[in-house]
Design a protein around this ligand. Structure first.
Ligand SMILES: O=C(O)C[C@H]1C=CC(=O)O1
Ligand SMILES: [Mn+2]
Length: 384
């Protein structure tokens, strides 16, 4: 039996190394919600709930994630034996609808504590346990400038950090975007895999044209070309276009995964722990995808070190991960908020072997970056 003794939730704003240009927002910093729990035996757990661009990506914002945790989820935890993670999260699900990012942050912290109590990594508490020690890591080229993206891609190849590149498109005219992708495919040639993410910004007609043209210039995968709730149109595109369609914003946990799989509306799933509603739910999405012959990809919400390693623990349990992962979030930030940075190298991320998540929060950095204690001055007009 373990009861919750102490908890706190922080919004942490860390600048990005360069502007990150997406169809719906340009990021100059990343805002992460960090939760810390300490139980009656003094065992500590940490979790993260992070979205992109305030409310421009999804239905939860950093502020709503913090408020859902503090106001509604922590009081439920106070009534539970938090050593029983599954039972605790089932009770949370009964009391709090939706709020997947907030639930994911809390479930992460509970699993971190459970792993520490049992002396095993979190990956051993998911599915059949860990099957791989490292994961391939893609990088997103999204400076907004083709020449700069090519130079960045070359640098990543030289440093053996990434050889899978995702390009963010959907903001410009379709033909302009395809020219940008074509130039990058030509420059990086057969040394890299080039994919795109449209973040829902095309109409079906634009997607039909764009996907056909993207296939012709050598792009291997098109992520969420149209609205994620238009499953029928996703199915038409996925079944008619030669390039693979990956579902991202369309996926909100096992039931949405089942709907997309049944409709043959995607060839690939972008697995995300936060969008799925937690680590267990993400593993269920993966199982539905795998059983339906859908390729799997380990996605990110550009989390920092905690959310990134939590995702890695889940992805490391998967038998097949045909499209690799994009767990590069901490590398997009100027500083990591962990005492030891995550182990990137040789195009991969290596998993920690220690109990729980296997990472430690740097309390000095937390104090420096937390929004309430150290307000950050953002450039005027930059926003998110
Ligand atoms: O997939 C998304 O839409 C979010 C994210 C993942 C990589 C990146 O650059 O943005
Ligand atoms: Mn995406």
């Amino acid at each position: 039996m373990a009861t919750l003794d102490l908890s706190d939730t922080y919004i942490v704003d860390v600048p990005t190394i360069r502007p990150h240009v997406l169809a719906m927002a340009t990021m100059h910093y990343q805002s992460m919600v960090i939760v810390r729990l300490i139980d009656s035996d003094g065992v500590e757990g940490i979790g993260e709930g992070t979205t992109i661009g305030g409310l421009s990506y999804g239905e939860e914002s950093p502020e709503s994630i913090k408020s859902a945790i503090d106001t509604y989820i922590i009081p439920v935890l106070q009534t539970c034996d938090i050593a029983q993670v599954g039972a605790t999260m089932a009770k949370v699900a009964k009391c709090v609808r939706g709020n997947h990012f907030a639930k994911c942050a809390v479930e992460t912290a509970l699993l971190d504590m459970a792993g520490k109590r049992l002396g095993v990594p979190v990956s051993e508490l998911i599915g059949g346990g860990r099957r791989r020690e490292s994961l391939p890591i893609a990088w997103t080229l999204a400076s907004g400038d083709t020449a700069r993206d090519i130079a960045e891609g070359e640098e990543m190849l030289d440093r053996r950090r990434h050889r899978i590149f995702k390009l963010k498109i959907g903001k410009r005219e379709v033909r302009e975007d395809v020219a940008h992708v074509g130039a990058i495919c030509k420059a990086l040639g057969n040394r890299a895999s080039v994919r795109v993410d449209v973040n829902q910004n095309w109409s079906e007609a634009q997607a039909k044209l764009g996907m056909a043209m993207l296939h012709d210039v050598g792009c291997e995968l098109v992520e969420q070309p149209i609205a994620g709730d238009d499953i029928a149109a996703m199915a038409r595109l996925s079944q008619s276009q030669p390039v693979a369609l990956m579902a991202d914003e369309a996926l909100h946990g096992p039931r949405s995964a089942m709907r997309i799989a049944s409709a043959h509306a995607a060839g690939v799933f972008a697995l995300k722990i936060a969008q799925s509603g937690g680590l267990f739910a993400a593993a269920e999405v993966a199982a539905i995808g795998a059983a339906s012959g859908i390729g799997l990809y380990g996605g990110t919400m550009l989390e920092g070190g905690i959310g990134t390693i939590a995702s890695a623990h889940v992805f490391a349990t998967l038998p097949e991960l045909a499209w690799g992962t994009e767990l590069f979030g901490p590398l997009l930030q100027t500083e990591e908020i962990l005492t030891e940075p995550l182990a990137y190298g040789d195009f991969s991320l290596n998993l920690p072997k220690g109990p729980g998540l296997g990472v430690t929060l740097d309390l000095g950095k937390l104090a420096r970056f937390r929004r309430d204690a150290a307000p950050v001055l953002h450039p005027v007009g930059a926003g998110v």
